[in-house]
Each structure stands twice: as C-alpha cells, then as structure tokens.
Design a protein around this ligand. Structure first.
Ligand code: MRU
Length: 346
C-alpha cells in the first residue's frame, strides 16, 4: 500500500489516513484543494517527504481543473492553489520545496500549450514520488554501516514508510538491518502529544517483525542509562545551513540525553530537507498547534483544568553541536557542518 498516490482515472489524491492508525489501515481519496489542505493540516498525511509528494500531486490536480488556455491566466490561478497548499503547515521545508519544483516545471514550459504543461506537471509529481523512494533507500544504505548487529536503537516520532513514499528516512537503515538478519532492538518514543511513535512507528516496526519496545518520552533516559541504546536515529523537517535541525517536538531533549550518555545521535536527512536560506535554527518557523491536542485529544475527557494555558509547539530545534552526523542520500555528513553541508550543494 502506498502512503501517497495519484488516482489519475478518478482525479484524486490517495493517502493512507494516518489519524486512523493503528486501529485501521484506511486509504482515503481527496479531490478538492480544501480536502488536501485539511488532510495535510490535520496530519492525515504527515512526515516531511510524504507531505511534499502529496502537495505535488495536489497541485497537479489543481492544475487539471484550471480552464484557461493562456499561460499567465493559468499560472495566476495555479500559483494561488500552490500558495494555499503551502500555508497548510510551516515547518517542513519539503512542502514548499515540492511546490516550488512543480511551479518551476510550469514556468520553464511557459511557451508551450497549457494542456501540455499539465502533462509535464503530472510527470514531475510522479518523478518526485519515485525519487523519494530512491532517496530513502540510499539513506538506509549509507546509514547501515553505523549499526551493529545487536544494537539497541532509539527513535523519536515517525520517520518510517508512512512519513515518506517507502522505507522512511530514520527507519530505512532499521529495515535494511532487519533484512540482513541483524537482531536489533528498537525503542520507539511515544512522541507526545500526537503519539506518532506509539501509533505509527510501533505499528510499522511490529508489522515488519522488528523487535520494538514502546516507551513514553520521559523514559528515554532510563533506557539509555541501562545501556540498552547504542545509537539514536531521527528524521528531520528542516535543516539550517549550520546544521541546526527542526524535528518533532522532543527531539532536542533526546539529543541532550544522548550527549550525556555518549550515544551517537544521527539525523537522517534527504537533501530536500536542507534549507540553505535558513542560516541557523533561529530562522526556522515552528508550527504551534491547538491546546486540545495536549489536554484532551487522546482522553475520554479533558485531563487538565478547563481553560488552562497550554504551549504546544509541534517541533523543536536541535543544536547542531549535539548531532553526530547527518545521513543524506549522498552520504554521511560529519562536522564541521556549515562547511560540509555547503559543499554538498556545490
Ligand atoms: O508533525 P509530523 O508528524 O508531520 O512530524 C513529522 C516529523 O517530525 C518527522 O520526524 C519528520 O517529518 C521526518 S519524516 C521522514
């Protein structure tokens, strides 16, 4: 089953509805821009690479609906659709990266008939999906030598196949290690408040027959202190030019703990997640979400005083000094990050 797909015949975007997992593995078909916007906003489709590909397909569906034969009239409406999808979530750079790439496809063919441009947009969106799978596989291959057969690995949030088109980023080397018969043990942080670790990572790894233990976020230091964790692998939503990294809230606490216990902390990062326009983590916009995700979403009744003040940032920034290495599809990047990240793009 694909996390994200295009149903050309019915003109819909197909996604696995991640809000229904682990109870139900359900595919939903999204037709309108409003439905696609809401699916991204409400995390029915989530994970930086997956929302990038979903947005690319979404923008193709928007293009298909535009009945204009003249390029600038077409592009005006196309750009509005792109900006609307872009506004669904601010932190993962893959969303705007994907939309910019689709916009660029249209702009660079502006002298061609609009009907042909629509075909090019579709091809580009499909290409992005297949590229993502190859990128994830390559990240897994580069990261695999960092794992020893009997290792305990801790991961935070979900950076598995549900967050991408296949394999995942942080879970890719785990799947490859499992394929090669390594008896690894994975600790999945539950990832408060939206439980991506409990609902998605635990589901993915258990379904694949991988030894996975679910822990609450505040138990990470115990498993590390017990000597059960040899490395931490996480994904990311945006990496600044100096290596500061935005990922799911709680990631920076894990990195601080890993440093305390001298455990290597690896960030698996497709190069599409590196944003050279952000010089440091201070330039990354952090999404804040609604209070009810903290106080009542997973409970039968509100678990806090009714009008309690809540702070609910969806991401945090891990200081680059806490990161042992980035694993990209082009290889492993070690410090000094500013220099080594910049040379990756030269
Ligand atoms: O809010 P989410 O669930 O979309 O956050 C996802 C993460 O933080 C992932 O770790 C990140 O997107 C990497 S996915 C390969």
């Amino acid at each position: 089953m694909d996390t994200v797909d295009l149903d050309e015949k019915n003109g819909t975007l197909l996604i696995i509805d991640q809000t229904k997992l682990p109870a139900k593995l359900e595919v939903v078909a999204l037709k309108t821009q409003q439905e696609i916007y809401e699916a991204i906003r409400n995390l029915q489709v989530r994970g930086a690479p997956a929302i990038g590909v979903a947005a690319a397909f979404g923008l193709y569906l928007a293009a298909k609906e535009i009945i204009e034969n003249e390029f600038s009239a077409f592009f005006d409406r196309f750009k509005k659709a792109s900006d609307f999808l872009r506004s669904s979530r601010p932190t993962a750079v893959n969303l705007s990266w994907a939309l910019n790439r689709i916009e660029q496809t249209a702009l660079s063919a502006s002298d061609r008939p609009v009907s042909e441009i629509k075909g090019l947009i579709k091809e580009e969106a499909l290409k992005m999906k297949y590229e993502d799978t190859a990128v994830c596989r390559a990240i897994g291959e580069h990261a695999l030598p960092l794992i020893n057969p009997h290792d305990g690995i801790l991961t935070h949030c979900n950076a598995g196949w549900l967050a991408t088109t296949k394999y995942g980023t942080a879970l890719s080397p785990i799947y490859l290690a499992h394929e090669r018969g390594y008896p690894i043990k994975v600790f999945a942080d539950e990832t408060r408040p939206l439980l991506q670790g409990a609902r998605l990572t635990a589901f993915e790894l258990e379904s694949a027959g991988i030894d996975v233990t679910l822990i609450c976020d505040n138990m990470a230091s115990v498993v590390m202190k017990n000597g059960w964790v040899q490395s931490v692998f996480v994904g990311c939503d945006r990496v600044a030019a100096n290596g500061d990294t935005a990922n799911k809230i709680g990631t920076s606490s894990v990195a601080i703990l890993a440093r305390h216990y001298s455990i290597p902390f690896y960030v698996c990062a497709p190069t599409s997640t590196i944003d050279l326009d952000c010089k440091t983590g201070n330039d990354i916009t952090i999404e804040e979400r609604s209070a009810d995700e903290v106080t009542q979403l997973w409970y039968k009744e509100c678990m806090a005083p009714k009008n309690i003040k809540v702070f609910n940032p969806a991401f945090d920034v891990t200081d680059s000094s806490l990161i042992t290495a980035f694993i990209t599809e082009r290889g492993v990047i070690r410090p000094p990050f500013s220099e080594n990240i910049s040379s990756l793009f030269q």
